[in-house]
Write a protein that binds this ligand. Structure first.
Ligand SMILES: [Zn+2]
Length: 76
């Protein structure tokens, strides 16, 4: 199962912690390099495939924008 990562907020979905954790971009890029290295050697390391997605902070920002827009509708 691939690893979800948000580059913008440097957050990684941790199965161990069962949630998003802060994780530096440079370490994530090192994992991506290792994944490509093993993949070229035909060694299955699908657990280390990093997929960039939105994180919990991205969702907070979207929710805040939606709430601000709803306030404008309620109180024009
Ligand atoms: Zn994010």
């Amino acid at each position: 199962m691939p690893v979800s990562y948000c580059r913008q907020h440097e957050r990684l979905m941790s199965r161990k912690h069962k949630g998003w954790i802060d994780f530096p971009l440079e370490k994530t890029e090192a994992i991506m390099v290792l994944y490509r290295f093993f993949n070229r050697a035909h060694i299955d390391t699908s657990e280390y495939l990093v997929i960039e997605t939105a994180c919990d902070k991205c969702e907070e920002i979207v929710l805040q924008k939606l709430q601000d827009e709803l306030k404008k509708i309620d109180h024009p």
